[in-house]
Design a protein around this ligand. Structure first.
Ligand SMILES: NC(=O)c1ccc[n+]([C@@H]2O[C@H](COP(=O)([O-])OP(=O)(O)OC[C@H]3O[C@@H](n4cnc5c(N)ncnc54)[C@H](O)[C@@H]3O)[C@@H](O)[C@H]2O)c1
Length: 319
C-alpha cells in the first residue's frame, strides 16, 4: 500500500457529496477527506458513520465532517486541501431540466467558490453542481483560480452511461466497451459513435445505425431517466464514481486522459469556453486538452454545443 497523503474536501454532504467522500476515503490514498455542508451536524454525523466503517472496510483515511455557513464560518477545516469537489446545490426534480437550477445554484456555487479561494487557494477544484458547464465557468470566475485548476465533471458520467447501454445491448462486459461523449452536460451533449469500440472493433460494425441512435438518445437523457424513477433527487452512484476518479487522477498526478469539462482555448477551432472535451489530468488539474478525430457531424455537434454553453456561461456572470 502506497503512502497516504494529501487532503481532499467535498463541499455539500447530500447524496452526491457523501457518496463521493465515501469513495475517496475507501481508495485509502489520502490522509484526510473533509466533508462539509450548511446543514448543522449532517457532515459531522456522516463522517462519524464513515469512520466507523474503517475497521470493516480496512482503510485508514480519516474523514472529518464540518458544518459551514454561507459567509465562510467553519471553512478553516478545508485549509491545505489539494483538491476540492463542489457538490453543493439543488438536484433536479422530475420534469425539470438542469438549466431550471441555474439561479438558485449560481448563488450557492458562487459563495462556495469564494470561500474555497480564500481557505484553499492552491486546490484543484472539481465542480459537479448543475447546470454543470455554467457552474464550472462560474466557479473559475468567482475563485479567480487559473482555468486549468477548475474542472467540471460530466463527460465521465455520460460516457459511463453510454458504455453501460452499449454493453447491455450487446450482452458483453462493460470492460470490453469504449465510448466517448463530448460537448455539454445537457441537450447539446455530443456522443461520439465514431470513437466507440467493443473489444477494439468499431461499434458501427456491431450495431445498426438506428440502434446506435437510440442508445445515443438514452445517453443524452440518462440523468432524466434516473430522476423520473427516483421522483426525489437525482443520480449519485455513477456521478460520485466519476468525480472520485477525477480526484484520484489529480492526486496521483496520473496523466490519465479523461472526458471532463475543461477550458477550451483553440482546440477544435473553439476558444474561450468551458466545454466537455478529453483532457490529460494531473496534479495541476488540466495539463492539456486532447483533440479527438471526429467526423464532420460530430465536429458540427461540438461547435453547436460550444455556442450554446458560451451564451449561458456569459449570463451566469451576472447571477
Ligand atoms: N455533474 C453531474 O454529472 C451531476 C450528476 C448528478 C447530480 N449533479 C448535481 O450535483 C448537485 C448535488 O446533488 P445531490 O444529489 O447531492 O443533491 P442533495 O440535495 O442530496 O445535496 C445537496 C447538498 O448541498 C448542500 N448545500 C446547499 N448549499 C450549500 C452551501 N452553500 N454550502 C455547502 N453545502 C450546501 C445541501 O444542504 C445538501 O446537503 C446538484 O446540483 C445536482 O444537480 C451533477
Amino acid at each position: 500500500m502506497a503512502e497516504r497523503k494529501g487532503k481532499v474536501t467535498v463541499v455539500g454532504a447530500g447524496f452526491y457529496g457523501s457518496t463521493t467522500a465515501q469513495r475517496l476515503a475507501e481508495y485509502d490514498i489520502f490522509d484526510t477527506v473533509v466533508l462539509t455542508d450548511i446543514v448543522e451536524g449532517k457532515p459531522e454525523g456522516l463522517a462519524l458513520d464513515m469512520n466507523q466503517s474503517r475497521p470493516i472496510e480496512g482503510f485508514e483515511t480519516k474523514v472529518v465532517g464540518q458544518t459551514t455557513t454561507p459567509d465562510g464560518g467553519g471553512y478553516q477545516a478545508i485549509a491545505g486541501s489539494d483538491i476540492v469537489v463542489i457538490t453543493a446545490g439543488l438536484p433536479r426534480k422530475p420534469g425539470m431540466s438542469r438549466m431550471d437550477l441555474i439561479e438558485t445554484n449560481a448563488k450557492i456555487v458562487r459563495g462556495v467558490a469564494e470561500n474555497v479561494a480564500q481557505h484553499a487557494p492552491d486546490a484543484v477544484v472539481i465542480v459537479v453542481s448543475n447546470p454543470l458547464d455554467e457552474m464550472t465557468a462560474l466557479t473559475q470566475l468567482a475563485s479567480g483560480f487559473p482555468k486549468n485548476r477548475v474542472i467540471g465533471q460530466a463527460g465521465m458520467l455520460d460516457t459511463a452511461r453510454f458504455t453501460y447501454f452499449v454493453a447491455e445491448t450487446l450482452a458483453v462486459p462493460v470492460g470490453s466497451v469504449r465510448t466517448l461523449t463530448l460537448g455539454s452536460h445537457g441537450d447539446t451533449m455530443v456522443p461520439v459513435p465514431s470513437r466507440c469500440t467493443v473489444d477494439g472493433r468499431p461499434l458501427t460494425e456491431l450495431l445498426p445505425a438506428d440502434t446506435i441512435d437510440e442508445l445515443v438518445t438514452r445517453t443524452r437523457n440518462g440523468g432524466a431517466e434516473v430522476v423520473a424513477l427516483l421522483k426525489t433527487g437525482s443520480a449519485y452512484y455513477a456521478p460520485s464514481a466519476a468525480a472520485a476518479r477525477m480526484a484520484k487522477a489529480v492526486a496521483e498526478d496520473s496523466g490519465a486522459v479523461l472526458p471532463v469539462c475543461a477550458w477550451v482555448d483553440g482546440e477544435y477551432g473553439i476558444s474561450g469556453v468551458y466545454l466537455g472535451v478529453e483532457a490529460e489530468i494531473g496534479r495541476q488539474g488540466v495539463r492539456r486538452v486532447v483533440e479527438a478525430d471526429l467526423t464532420d457531424t460530430e465536429k458540427a455537434g461540438l461547435l453547436e454545443a460550444a455556442e450554446a454553453v458560451r451564451a449561458k456561461q456569459a449570463d451566469v456572470q451576472h447571477l
